[in-house]
Design a protein around this ligand. Structure first.
Ligand code: 4NP
Length: 155
């Protein structure tokens, strides 16, 4: 059974698809499975935002084949680790948790590089093109730390 990691944002078209692609690229496929979901339902079944696809491509990653889906309570049991992009995602996901074990799986992703600071990955959806580059950099740094930890813990 692979170790399963879920990346969560609001729409599942901008930030979490990038986080999924970046973390998956840093982990061996035989041992780890990375997925993403949104707390909202607007973009179910859709490909990631074209700006996220382009930013990933510039960095050598193909995320074009991902499909948007909504976070479900069954994800608490299906996944070992749940990383959320911002404090709103955190509240929305925690509100769905049934017990402490489920709550403990949920972490703000940037706490991996700024421990306990509860910093948000900014939502780039309504912003400028460069917002996607900034988001990419933040996620790449955080995923580097996550990948090292996961590989050390599960090998
Ligand atoms: P994401 O960005 O949460 O990073 O995927 C968003 C994408 C779409 C919307 C909100 C955030 N929206 O309201 O449609």
């Amino acid at each position: 059974m692979p170790v399963k990691i879920l990346m969560v944002c609001l729409g599942n078209i901008c930030r979490s698809p990038l986080a999924e692609g970046i973390l998956a690229s840093k982990l061996p496929k035989e041992k780890f499975l990375v997925d993403s979901a949104g707390t909202g339902s607007w973009h179910i079944g859709r490909a990631p935002d074209s700006r996220s696809i382009a930013t990933a491509k510039k960095n050598g990653l193909n995320i074009a084949n991902q499909k948007g889906r909504q976070f479900a309570t069954s994800d608490f049991d299906a996944f070992d680790y749940i990383f959320v992009m911002d404090n709103n995602n955190y509240s929305n996901v925690i509100d769905l948790a049934k017990n402490e074990m489920q709550k403990n799986k949920v972490q703000l992703i940037l706490n991996e590089i700024f421990p306990n600071e509860n910093v948000d990955v900014p939502d780039p959806y309504y912003g400028m093109e460069n917002g996607f580059n900034i988001v990419y950099k933040m996620l790449d740094e955080a995923c580097e730390v996550i990948a090292h930890k996961l590989i050390a813990k599960h090998s």
